[in-house]
Design a protein around this ligand. Structure first.
Ligand SMILES: Nc1nc2c(ncn2[C@@H]2O[C@H](COP(=O)(O)OP(=O)(O)OP(=O)(O)O)[C@@H](O)[C@H]2O)c(=O)[nH]1
Ligand SMILES: [Mg+2]
Length: 466
């Protein structure tokens, strides 16, 4: 039986970003897809029948007047070998806001209704072409900003997470069969359940797989979600200059005047394949300037949100009390000390090194933003710091937060199962309840067990036309 969310009607939407472009695609899915196409499309060579999965050249017309709206390519794809497993029509038109809107209006007039966000993918899921984890992977695939994030999304889309979850579920189902036979035939006594064997299987096989997946979430998270990298330090040490080179763009204003940056700036960048939110901050100092004061307060707040702070100092000047004070703040968080302006001659590098050793700093990096010295080393160092700090390796499959929570719930139920199994006289009824709950938690990951609310929540984050 189809879940309640499933609707039989035909949906349509523009599947490409709105605006001027080479092509814009209109997608139609449902029973009336073909009849809609026939109403508004005139193939160059007139025909009655459309062969499935074949591209036709022709014109979109307004059937009321037969006036041509656009010159297009169109395809009819008969179910089930389609994205939604329903009949699908796609029209490849010229992309312009007005053209696409006009064609879409005709499609609605001919019998479709506007698709909700994510509704095509929802139908693919409800019709059993993909499971819920794969549907979510489609969203991750589109929003991937780096190669690694893309690969992780692809692995899930290709079913690697589903495979692991299904294996776990099958193993638990086997256990459940045994436990339930112990309930059905109590006279056979508890031995039929073989509690020790079951608990061994859970401990040695099932739980470790679940643990690994949970760990993968923590380790792989930064590749998907990225990190906050905050550049902090005294005024005029070169923070905004560093921001710009890391961004490869002249984003922040740079001047020789201390106090140039007064508010923080945030920009997305990629460093060694890691998605990074770069945050340039106002130089930290005591100031009477009201605007700058607010900037300094904001900069201090940003320190707390950082996954890594680049603490920048200027070796063309001697170490100061101000630097020391800032370092006392910075060192409470993950950080890297960076000595900038080593190109300036003469400089105070020697004094700085002595000072740093007094401050118990054993790791630092010398760079020059201006002369591009050691900036590649800095990128590598940032990557190393983040990945060792977070113990991040790139696992093959990385669950998302929702899936991780389901895994944690499954783990909890299995720990309860073990507790019962390890009692002198375990009650098969209690064991069965816990195992069933564990199975149901795992089923949530792939959407075997789900609620309308959850589906709405997941698919509403998709864009219209996906
Ligand atoms: N010689 C030299 N000058 C640099 C270097 N990096 C930055 N500067 C100069 O230092 C001055 C200040 O640079 P900014 O990037 O504005 O410094 P900031 O830390 O953002 O300063 P505030 O926004 O005022 O806190 C500018 O004149 C830069 O050109 C460097 O590696 N070598
Ligand atoms: Mg600045």
């Amino acid at each position: 039986m189809k879940p309640k969310l499933y609707q039989e009607d035909t949906i349509a939407a523009i599947g490409t970003p709105l605006g001027k472009g080479a092509i814009g695609v209109i997608k139609i899915s449902g029973e009336s897809a073909l009849s809609i196409l026939k109403k508004i499309f005139r193939p160059f060579k007139p025909r009655e029948q459309f062969e499935s999965h074949k591209l036709y050249y022709g014109f979109i017309v307004d059937p009321k007047s037969e006036r041509i709206i656009d010159e297009v390519l169109a395809v009819y794809m008969k179910k089930p070998k389609t994205y939604t497993r329903e009949d699908v029509v796609e029209i490849y038109a010229h992309s312009g806001y007005y053209i696409l809107k006009k064609i879409l209006e005709l499609v609605f007039w001919a019998g479709a209704r506007p698709a909700e966000p994510g509704e095509f993918t929802l139908r693919a899921y409800l019709n059993g072409r993909i499971d819920l984890s794969q549907a979510e992977a489609i969203q991750e695939l589109v929003s991937a900003k780096t190669e690694t994030a893309l690969n992780l999304a692809l692995n899930t889309l290709l079913g690697k997470l589903s495979e692991k979850v299904n294996t776990l579920r099958n193993e638990l189902l086997e256990i459940l069969v045994l436990v339930e036979s112990a309930i059905d035939f109590p006279e056979e006594d508890i031995e039929i359940m073989e509690p020790q064997k079951l608990s061994k299987k859970i401990k040695e096989k099932i739980l470790p797989t679940i643990e690994t997946l949970i760990k993968n979430y923590e380790e792989g998270k930064i590749y998907k979600e990225g990190i906050n990298l905050v550049i902090a330090g005294k005024p005029n040490v070169g923070k905004s200059s560093l921001m710009n080179v890391l961004l490869k763009e002249e984003r922040a204003i740079v001047t020789p005047i201390p106090g140039t940056t007064r508010d923080f700036l945030e920009e997305e960048a990629t460093i060694e394949g890691l998605p990074v939110k770069l945050i340039d901050t106002a130089g930290l100092r005591e100031t009477e300037d009201i605007v700058e004061k607010i900037g300094v307060e904001r900069a201090k707040k940003k320190l707390k949100e950082a996954d890594l702070i680049l603490f920048l100092v200027d070796v063309s000047e001697t170490p100061s009390e101000e630097d020391f004070k800032i370092y006392q703040e910075v060192k409470k968080f993950p950080h890297l000390v960076v000595l900038n302006k080593i190109d300036v001659q003469p400089n105070y590098l020697k004094e700085w090194k002595e000072k740093l050793s007094k401050w118990d700093v054993d790791e630092f990096l010398e760079i020059s933003v201006k002369e591009n010295i050691n900036l590649d080393v800095l990128s590598k160092k940032i990557f190393e710091k983040i990945t060792s700090e977070k113990k991040a390796e790139v696992p093959e499959v990385v669950p998302n937060l929702r899936q991780k929570i389901a895994l944690e719930n499954a783990r909890e139920y299995l720990l309860n199962t073990l507790k019962e199994l390890e009692k002198p006289n375990p009650l098969p009824e209690l064991v069965a309840i816990e195992v069933r709950s564990a199975i149901s938690s795992l089923s949530e990951i792939i959407g075997e067990v789900t609620t309308e609310d959850l589906l709405t929540q997941i698919f509403s984050t998709f864009c219209i036309g996906k």
